[in-house]
Design a protein around this ligand. Structure first.
Ligand code: URP
Ligand code: ZN
Ligand code: ZN
Length: 484
């Protein structure tokens, strides 16, 4: 099946130019002016932009948390992603417990802890509707685990995520992080880091609970920006000492951008990602009656932080925009209708009387590109080429998917978005396919929206119509990425 998209304006991370683009099977076959259609189906895109499909480097689908699970799985989350122009998503594999490995496999043939964890996640992802790959959480560390880390590369997973917070749950001590950084470097892998100060958070949470504070705003007050700033510099300093690259996830505080800049100017191979919620919202949102909807970790900060993060994008100190999509219902006791059936999944109401029990995370996988086009490109904060770089090309390059993904090049996967830069949408739940009962951008007036989305040459979104399929997404084995 061939498709000729005719007369559009192609926008890449570095150029904007008029061209036809011919898709053959799953690939981009030709890019050039006045291409002959032959037997290809022709789509007129003369008033449209052509972008490479979005690559979201940071999502959490079907993730167990507290007494519930993030409410989008690998089908519903992927479907929502596609409606927003994203055709590749990377989510995080939790390390399975040793207990689960022993109970689910025979002791003699037990696979390594990473293989077992990835096998469990592969099962969940069988329903994938866009292409996907995994990052591996590194939340325990000993000699056996250290020896197993290189096996991840054979599975096509070149990234590990470590946490300097979530004491007693996900956090690793600095010595283990340093050792893991060296192993990552020796094996061409990239460490990703969640940067907050777990010890300070633990003390502040204990104080807040002892004082009887239960409201959502205490989530932000007990996770101060200083901890994120200090942990970002600490992580960059450890990476510098290990001579290893590191990628700071979900950067939220202005001071983190300063630390990133400081370390990069001194030759440390450190890269940074921010997320839309940190560009638009503040801790004041947590004091609304429905403040739990804005709870994520790290928390949203202040207007000054929003502004410094925008500067980090305008000036190119930051490299990517991910979503950290980890949705929960606002009120999981009330079902919503999803694809014709009622669905209710426990959500933010679990922490009605205790902010520490509110599931951490918020929706955004569909919102990322439309919202950032209006608020970033239309407002002049970033150029259309920077938009493509942050949304697609840079994540593909950093995470070893380029030029298969993130590119408008001959022989790249035909993941294409026909973008209507003039389309006006009053955004919100009515447009959202994210499987939850609220949208953070309810009522926002957007200009610029995906019109058609192709995954490897197949039209999966046509306006408001879903043409994608459960199980059509492919697992992407990744190789060593680039340092940007
Ligand atoms: O609140 C969030 N972001 N939940 C997901 C876990 C994480 O640390 O990224
Ligand atoms: Zn994190
Ligand atoms: Zn996350």
């Amino acid at each position: 099946m061939s498709i000729l998209i005719r007369g559009g304006t192609l926008v890449t991370a570095s150029e904007t130019f008029k061209s036809d683009i011919l898709l053959e099977g799953e690939k981009i076959a030709r890019i050039g002016l006045d291409l002959e259609p032959g037997s290809a189906q022709v789509i007129d895109a003369s008033e449209r932009l052509i972008l490479p499909g979005g690559v979201d480097p940071h999502v959490h689908l079907d993730l167990p948390m507290f007494d519930t699970v993030s409410s989008d799985d690998h089908y519903s989350g992927h479907k929502a992603a596609a409606f927003g122009g994203t055709t590749t998503a990377m989510d995080f594999v939790p390390m399975a417990s040793a207990l689960s490995r022993e109970s689910e496999t025979s002791a003699v043939e037990a696979p390594g802890i990473f293989q077992h964890s990835v096998d469990l996640w592969m099962k969940k992802a069988e329903k994938a509707a866009i292409d996907y790959s995994f990052h591996m959480n590194l939340t325990r560390f000993d000699e056996t685990i250290a020896k197993e880390i290189p096996s991840l590369m054979k599975m096509g997973i070149q990234t590990l995520k470590v946490f300097t917070a979530y004491n007693g749950r996900l956090r690793l001590d600095d010595g283990s992080i340093f050792r893991a950084l060296r192993i990552a470097r020796e094996n061409g892998m990239l460490m990703m880091a969640h940067c907050e100060n777990g010890d300070v958070i633990e003390a502040l949470v204990a104080d807040a609970l002892a004082a009887g504070h239960s409201e959502p705003k205490y989530h932000a007050l007990t996770r101060p920006a200083w901890g994120a700033v200090e942990a970002t510099l600490r992580m960059a300093a450890m990476a510098g000492q290990a001579d290893s690259p590191v990628y700071i996830v979900h950067m939220n505080a202005g001071g983190e951008v300063d630390m990133l800049q400081y370390a990069r100017q001194r030759g440390v191979k450190v890269m940074g990602e921010t997320c839309p919620q940190y560009l638009f919202f503040t801790e004041d949102d947590l004091s609304r009656p429905d403040g739990a909807r804005w709870i994520c970790s790290p928390p949203v900060r202040t207007e000054a932080d929003n502004a410094r993060l925008w500067e980090g994008l305008s000036s190119g100190v930051l490299q990517t925009i991910g979503t950290d999509h980890c949705p929960f219902f606002s009120d999981g006791s009330r079902p919503i209708v999803y694809e014709g059936s009622e669905v209710a999944i426990p959500g933010k109401e679990l922490g009605k009387h205790d902010f520490t029990k509110i599931p951490n995370g918020l929706p955004g996988i569909q919102d990322r590109m439309p919202v950032l086009w209006t608020k970033g490109v239309n407002s002049g904060k970033i150029t259309p080429n920077q938009f493509v770089a942050y949304m697609s090309t840079n994540p593909a390059r950093i995470f070893g998917l380029y030029p298969r993904k993130g590119a408008l090049l001959e022989a790249s996967d035909a993941d294409i978005v026909i973008w209507d830069a003039g389309k006006k949408v009053k955004y919100g739940l009515a447009h959202s396919h994210q499987r939850t009962d609220y949208n953070l951008y309810e009522g926002w007036e957007l200009t610029g929206y995906p019109e058609k989305v192709f995954l490897r040459g197949s039209l999966i979104v046509d306006g408001e119509q879903w043409l994608g399929k459960r199980g059509a997404g492919q697992f992407l084995k990744r190789s060593e990425g680039e340092l940007l």
